[in-house]
Design a protein around this ligand. Structure first.
Ligand code: SF4
Ligand code: SF4
Length: 459
C-alpha cells in the first residue's frame, strides 16, 4: 500500500477519524496525541487509544523505508510532534488533497519589526524605522500563545532587522519553550560571537543571513559601506555557535552576475543551506530589476546541479525549482518549504507537499499583527489581535476565502493546466504583483511566460 492510499483510508474511515479527532483535543498546553507521541519516543507505556497511530507509524515506516529508532529520536523534539499532529489534523479537516493542507500552518514568517540598520534596494518591507503600531512585548507574547495554541510548528522571525528589537530574545525563547521550531532571518551584521551564543541559548535553531553579492555589490545593494566583512563574520559566528546556517541571496538584475560566486562562497564557508530568493517586485523592489524567466531558469539549473553534487541544501523560493528537478528526472524533488531527498516510493508525495506554500503551508505576519498570505504578498487577511485563542485562529485557517482560493491549484489561470501545478503552481505573490490577481499565472516561469505571450498574441 502506498502512502497516499494509506492516508486516504484514514481520511475516509469514520472510526479512525473519530479516534484521531479525540486525540487532537487539548490536554493542557498540548494535545493528547502529542503527549502520547512523547511517551512513545521515550519508550514509556502508552494508552491503548494510541494503537491506530502506532499502526499508522508502522505502515508509514514500511512505505517510506524509515527506521523506528530514528523516528523516536525525532519525536523527542516538540516541534516534530507538533508537525505530526498538524498533518493528522490536516487529513481530518481538509481530507487528502493535492497539494496537502496541514491542520495548522507549518510555518509563520513574522516580521517582528521594521526597524533596520540597513537600507536595502530590494527590501520587500520598505524597512527603516519601526511602525508606530508594531506589537509591543506583551502583545507579541500573546501572539506566540495563540500560534502555539493553534498547533503552528515553526516561527521564522524576520523584518526589518529582528535582532534590533530589544525583546527579541525573550520572544524567541518564549516561542521555543512553547515547543515551536524557531528560525531567524537577519542581515547578519549584528551576529557577534556573543549574539550567536545567545541565539543558540534562546532556542533558535536556524539562522538565515542575507548576502547578495561580492563586497562591492552587496554594499551597494544594502546601502552601507563596510558591512560585507561583518556579514561574513556573522555567518562564521553563527556556524561556530552550532546554529544551522543559511546564506540567502535575492536574485535581481543588479546582482545576477555575482550569484554563482555566492554559491561558491556557500561551499567555501560550508554552511548547511543556501537559499536563492526569487525576487518579487513589491516594497522597495521595482519591476525593472526583475530577472527574465530565462535568466531565472539558468540560475535555477545551476542551483540544481549544486544540490546534486554537494552536501549543501541549495534551495530556492522559486516554485518552478521543483519542476526543474522533475525535468532533470531525479528522485530528489525540492520544494520551497521542504527539502526531502525523496527517493523512489516517496516521490509521489511531492505532489502533496506542493510548491508555493502561501496560505496553504504557511502565512506571514506583519509587525502590527496583520496576517498576509506571504511576506511578498501585501494583502491583509486578518490581524492576530482578532483571535482570542488558537481555536479561533484555526477557524480562520479553515474558512478564510482567500486562503481557500490559494490552495486550489486547479483554478489558477494557465498554471492550472500545467502538469506541474501540484509541485509548483507558480508563485502567487508574483502573480499578484504583476496582475493584482492572485489566480493569474506566474510570469517568471518560462512555460507560463510563453503561454501568456501566446494568449495575448492570439487575441
Ligand atoms: S506553468 Fe505554472 S505551474 Fe507550470 S511550471 Fe510554470 S509556474 Fe509552475
Ligand atoms: S507566494 Fe508562494 S512561491 Fe511566492 S514567495 Fe510566497 S510562498 Fe514562495
Amino acid at each position: 500500500m502506498d502512502a497516499v492510499t494509506l492516508f486516504s483510508l484514514i481520511a475516509s474511515n469514520p472510526i479512525s477519524k473519530r479516534i484521531i479527532k479525540k486525540l487532537l483535543e487539548k490536554d493542557g498546553d498540548t494535545t493528547k496525541l502529542e503527549k502520547m507521541l512523547k511517551a512513545y519516543a521515550n519508550g514509556e507505556s502508552i494508552d491503548k487509544e494510541f494503537k491506530i497511530i502506532y499502526s499508522l507509524i508502522k505502515h508509514g515506516l514500511k512505505v517510506f523505508g524509515g527506521n523506528e529508532n530514528d523516528l523516536k529520536e525525532r519525536l523527542k523534539d516538540a516541534y516534530w510532534r507538533r508537525g505530526f499532529a498538524s498533518v493528522l489534523r490536516g487529513i481530518i479537516d481538509f481530507g487528502i488533497r493535492k497539494p496537502f493542507v496541514p491542520g495548522s500552518p507549518f510555518l509563520i514568517v513574522w516580521d517582528i519589526t521594521y526597524a533596520c540598520n540597513l537600507r536595502c534596494k530590494h527590501c520587500y518591507s520598505t524597512a527603516g524605522k519601526p511602525w508606530r503600531d508594531e506589537l509591543n512585548t506583551e502583545e507579541a507574547l500573546k501572539a506566540v500563545d495563540i500560534l502555539a495554541d493553534a498547533g503552528v510548528t515553526a516561527i521564522a522571525f524576520s523584518g526589518g532587522e529582528p535582532l534590533i528589537r530589544k525583546d527579541f530574545f525573550d520572544i524567541a525563547s518564549y516561542a521555543s519553550k512553547k515547543g515551536m521550531f524557531v528560525a531567524v532571518a537577519t542581515n547578519g551584521t549584528m551576529i557577534t560571537k556573543e549574539v550567536a551564543k545567545k541565539l543558540k541559548e534562546s532556542g533558535v535553531g536556524f539562522v538565515q543571513i542575507s548576502l547578495d553579492g561580492k563586497k562591492e555589490t552587496h554594499e551597494k545593494f544594502r546601502g552601507i559601506k563596510g558591512i560585507y566583512e561583518k556579514v561574513i563574520r556573522g555567518i562564521i559566528n553563527s556556524k561556530e555557535a552550532g546554529l544551522i546556517t543559511c546564506i540567502s541571496t535575492t536574485a535581481t538584475k543588479l546582482n545576477a552576475c555575482d550569484i554563482v560566486e555566492m554559491m561558491d562562497i556557500a561551499e567555501e564557508l560550508e554552511v548547511e543551506w543556501f537559499m536563492l530568493y526569487n525576487f518579487i517586485p513589491t516594497g522597495r523592489g521595482g519591476f525593472e530589476i526583475d530577472l527574465s524567466p530565462e535568466e531565472k531558469e539558468k540560475l535555477l539549473r545551476e542551483l540544481w546541479r549544486r544540490l546534486k553534487t554537494t552536501g549543501i541544501n541549495f534551495m530556492s523560493t522559486a516554485p518552478y525549482y521543483a519542476r526543474i528537478a522533475i525535468q532533470e528526472e531525479s528522485d530528489i524533488v525540492p520544494t520551497h518549504f521542504y527539502n526531502p531527498k525523496l527517493e523512489g516510493k516517496l516521490k509521489i508525495l511531492s505532489e502533496f507537499i506542493g510548491g508555493c506554500g502561501c496560505g496553504r503551508f504557511y502565512v506571514a505576519m506583519r509587525a502590527n499583527g496583520n496576517i498576509e498570505p506571504c511576506v511578498f504578498f501585501p494583502l491583509k487577511l486578518a490581524n492576530i489581535k482578532d483571535f482570542k485563542n488558537g481555536e479561533e485562529f484555526l477557524k480562520f485557517w479553515r474558512e478564510n476565502k482567500i486562503l481557500r482560493d490559494l490552495r486550489d491549484k486547479d483554478r489558477i489561470e494557465i498554471c492550472g493546466n500545467c502538469r506541474y501545478k501540484y509541485v509548483c503552481g507558480g508563485c502567487r505573490a508574483r502573480a499578484y504583483a504583476y496582475f493584482k490577481d492572485y489566480m493569474k499565472p506566474d510570469p517568471g516561469c518560462i512555460i507560463a511566460a510563453k503561454l501568456i505571450e501566446a494568449k495575448h498574441g492570439s487575441g
